[in-house]
Structures are given as structure tokens and as C-alpha cells.
Design a protein around this ligand. Structure first.
Ligand code: SAM
Length: 256
């Protein structure tokens, strides 16, 4: 097993890993000079297991977030949504992070707004345990169901990276995603909007008037949600795009 950076980089690169040198750095740091451990870490990585599960953490919005095996790995593509949610959260406000996974977005909000109350929910017990280990006030259950009723009508920001991949598109996800990660993190129903629509209908109960709803989504889903956004009283709907002009999310405000 190669134990120097150059050799490990070459091994990972020849196995098809695009960020081979970066990953080699991380694996060597995690092994901390223990060759047997390095061997086991590299073997796991060569099976395609997510790097974050192997080294136990990932960077998100400049924070080190613990990632337990089995829990969705927060993506850098979600960082702009988290940062926008911070901008909409008053210093002593209240926020909900739905489908929190590791709790990365909730942690980002709580770190930037230490005076705010930030709560989160997830249906998966491994995610709930991981988010709690990341210092998040997290509740286990379906979307809004487990959240404290005392927050009803008082929340400034609801943010979510909820499952939004259309069920027929699940087999098109990367091979490693499908092998290691649970469909629970991705499956958004026939057109991907099933959970998004449930969030739109459930949010007005918790959001204060003028509060913000920020959701990650893709493709043409923002158009498909137009009627629901109007029906549930959202205004100032903005489509959030990435640098390539691809739709990444929506931001909407609960009408006053
Ligand atoms: C795409 S992952 C996003 C995790 C996290 N928001 C992030 O960006 O890193 C979706 C998460 O939703 C959770 N989930 C799926 N269905 C849910 C439901 N009905 N209620 C609450 N959480 C759910 C999954 O367990 C998973 O952790």
C-alpha cells in the first residue's frame, strides 16, 4: 500500500478518482502514519465508498461537519442556499432546516447567528444522531411533524435540501451514489416534487408573515411548483441559479 503522497495519488488517479491528490492528502492525514489503517482506508475508498464517510468529516461553508457512514454527504453546491438562508435570518430569529442530514445547513445558520434558535428534522435515525453530534437541535420524524409547536407562526426562515430527484431518474445517479447511499435521501416521487410540495403546504403554519422559504431543486421544478406557491400565499418568488445558469433553488416570502 503506497504511504507517500505521490504514490497514493497515482494509485487513486489510475483508479479514476478525479481529485486524486486532494483525496490522498485527506487519507494520509486520517491514517496519521498508521500503515495498517491507511491500507484499510484506501481499500474502502477504492470500492467507491464516499470519502467523507471514510475520513468522518467534510467542509461546508467553512465549517468542519462530522459525517457518519450512511448519512448524506453535504454538497458544496448547497452552500449558496445556506448562505442566503443566513442573510434572511435575523440575529435573534428562528429557523428550521428540514431534511437536515448531517445538520450542515443548521450548523451554518447557528454559527452565523448564535443568538437565533435553529431547529432541524430528519426521518433517518442515523442522520438525527449525526446532526445531534454536530451540535444541532434536531428532531426525528417526517418534515414538520416532530418540531416544537411553540415555533408555529414565529419562524423567520425555513430552508431545506429535501429529496427532489424524480423516481425514474434515480438509476441515472452516479454508480457510487446508488451503491452506498439510500434512496431516502434522493427520491422525490414521480416528478421529484412530492416532498417539495409537502414543504410548501406545511411551511405557512410555522413561517411568520414576511418569513423566507428557501428550497433546493432542479430542472424545471420551479415552474411545476408555481401554482402551489401562489395557492399557499408565497410572494416575491426568486429562482436561484448557479454560475452556469442552472436552476439550483427557489426563494419565496410568506405574504404579509
Ligand atoms: C438530500 S439529503 C439532504 C441532507 C442535508 N439537507 C444536506 O444538504 O446535506 C435529504 C435528507 O432528507 C431526509 N428525509 C427524506 N425524507 C424525509 C422526510 N419525509 N422527513 C424528514 N426527512 C426526510 C433523508 O434522511 C436525508 O437525510
Amino acid at each position: 500500500m503506497p504511504n507517500d503522497l505521490q504514490a497514493l495519488t497515482a494509485r487513486l488517479s489510475s483508479a479514476g478518482f478525479i481529485s486524486a491528490e486532494e483525496e490522498a492528502h485527506e487519507l494520509l492525514a486520517c491514517a496519521a502514519g498508521d500503515e495498517e489503517r491507511l491500507h484499510s482506508l484506501v481499500e474502502r475508498r477504492l470500492t467507491g465508498e464516499p470519502l467523507a464517510w471514510i475520513i468522518g468529516h467534510v467542509s461546508f461553508c467553512g465549517l468542519e461537519i462530522r459525517v457518519d457512514p450512511g448519512v448524506y454527504v453535504p454538497r458544496w453546491q448547497s452552500e449558496p442556499l445556506a448562505r442566503r438562508a443566513v442573510e434572511r435570518l435575523p440575529m435573534a430569529g428562528a429557523a428550521i432546516d428540514l431534511c437536515t442530514g448531517t445538520g450542515a445547513i443548521a450548523r451554518t445558520l447557528a454559527t452565523a447567528r448564535p443568538g437565533a434558535r435553529v431547529v432541524a428534522s430528519d426521518i433517518d435515525e442515523r442522520a438525527v444522531a449525526c446532526a445531534a453530534a454536530n451540535g444541532v437541535e434536531v428532531y426525528r420524524g417526517d418534515l414538520f411533524a416532530p418540531l416544537p409547536r411553540t415555533l408555529e407562526g414565529r419562524v423567520d426562515v425555513i430552508v431545506g435540501v429535501v429529496p427532489y430527484v424524480p423516481t425514474p431518474a434515480l438509476p441515472l445517479l452516479q454508480r457510487d451514489t446508488f451503491t452506498f447511499e439510500s434512496a431516502l435521501a434522493y427520491d422525490g416521487g414521480p416528478d421529484g416534487t412530492e416532498i417539495l410540495r409537502r414543504v410548501l403546504s406545511g411551511s405557512p403554519r410555522f413561517l411568520r408573515q414576511g418569513g423566507a422559504l428557501l428550497l433546493e431543486l432542479g430542472g424545471a421544478q420551479e415552474g411545476a411548483l408555481g401554482d402551489d406557491l401562489a395557492r399557499f400565499g408565497y410572494v416575491d418568488v426568486t429562482v436561484l441559479e448557479d454560475q452556469d445558469g442552472d436552476v439550483r433553488g427557489i426563494e419565496a416570502t410568506r405574504a404579509r
